[in-house]
Unconditional design. Structure first.
Length: 343
């Protein structure tokens, strides 16, 4: 058991290094795409079931208000069923395959788990895609910058100014420092690739279903709440680690700490503003504010102080802060696991 414990930890570290040097192989089959496809199919099936129930109950409804309440409850229940049907297999299937690989030979298990850890982590791809936004902005190509940032954010981008594009890119790097890198890294260190895939399933369901619009407000409620739950600790640990990372990056750690304490709750999500606040403080800029999603304006509080104007190079600075934070998370996780073994 101790040997497998160490091998799994080594696989996580190796996967992190592969992602750092090579990034996500976009030409290669990716398990998260399978998870996304399964979510789409499950949603179609469960919405059909919900609509069928609605039709069957039309002749017995006493009043419109009760009908609306029943429909909402069915959508919430359907979303919960979808969550369980995606999250549980996302853990059990990799667990079974990995157990079989380790049973055949530890080296085979190590190779497979390293490869999966490599696929689960997304630090290099996040830096690469956000870097494209920075490059387009420096070239003065605003339409190209808008197209590039639309690949990594969920908001409407066609009318963003250069400043808006820059802020959107910084915000997504800051938020995904936890969602795309340190949080999955935590789950990988805690339970190997199977737990890493479980986290990616939870996060992907939130990305696809967690919108607060008419279509997903109720159907996506449980997936969104479960994502909040599983990211609660990782987002805060990431924010805390970003403070010393600021020192290592030559950024304003004192201001990062101050802004985090003041603005870390200024978001509809209990987790998203944690890392955004630290990043805004470290860069000494103001982020967030109102944004458009699917043509509708959503009011958001500002995060950080407008000490200096935001600039394209801040996108790369946010990427460097993300990388140093992830290295600290990996080092802390490995040290904790080694300490557990010694005890």
């Amino acid at each position: 058991m101790t040997e497998l414990f160490l091998i799994s930890t080594g696989a996580c570290a190796a996967g992190f290094l592969f992602d750092f040097f090579f990034g996500d192989p976009v030409w290669l089959w990716h398990p998260v795409r399978v998870i996304g496809s399964a979510i789409t199919r499950a949603e179609r099936l469960l919405r059909g079931w919900s609509e069928e129930k609605e039709h069957q109950g039309k002749d017995v409804r006493a009043e419109a208000e009760k009908s609306v309440m029943r429909r909402r409850r069915r959508e919430i229940a359907a979303g919960g069923v979808l969550w369980a049907c995606i999250a549980v297999p996302s853990f059990l299937i990799p667990l079974g395959l990995l157990a079989l690989a380790y049973h055949i030979h530890p080296a085979l298990g190590f190779v497979l788990e390293t490869f999966w850890c490599y696929q689960i982590l997304a630090a290099r791809s996040l830096c690469t895609e956000s870097g494209k936004v920075c490059d387009r902005l420096k070239e003065g190509d605003l339409p190209g910058a808008r197209r590039a940032v639309s690949m990594i954010v969920g908001r409407d981008t066609e009318n963003l100014t250069a400043e808006g594009v820059t802020k959107a890119a910084i915000e997504t790097v800051a938020e995904n420092t936890s969602d795309g890198v340190t949080a999955p890294l935590m789950f990988l260190l805690a339970g190997g690739a199977p737990l890493g895939f479980f986290y990616k399933a939870v996060n992907t369901m939130d990305s696809m279903l967690g919108y607060k619009n008419e279509k997903y407000l109720y159907f996506g409620r449980i997936p969104a709440k479960m994502d909040d739950f599983f990211n609660y600790i990782p987002s805060r640990l990431t924010a805390w680690l970003m403070i010393p990372a600021c020192l290592l990056c030559g950024m304003d750690a004192e201001n990062a700490w101050r802004i985090w304490r003041r603005d870390s709750r200024k978001h509809a999500s209990p987790n998203s503003a944690q890392t955004e606040a630290v990043c805004a403080g470290a860069l000494r800029v103001r982020l967030a504010g109102d944004a458009y999603y699917f043509g509708k304006r959503y009011e958001k509080e500002y995060i950080g102080d407008d000490i200096r104007p935001v600039e394209p190079e801040d996108i790369r600075r946010a990427g460097r802060l993300m990388y140093v934070t992830s290295v600290l998370m990996l080092a802390a996780g490995v040290l904790i696991k080694c300490a557990v073994l010694l005890l």
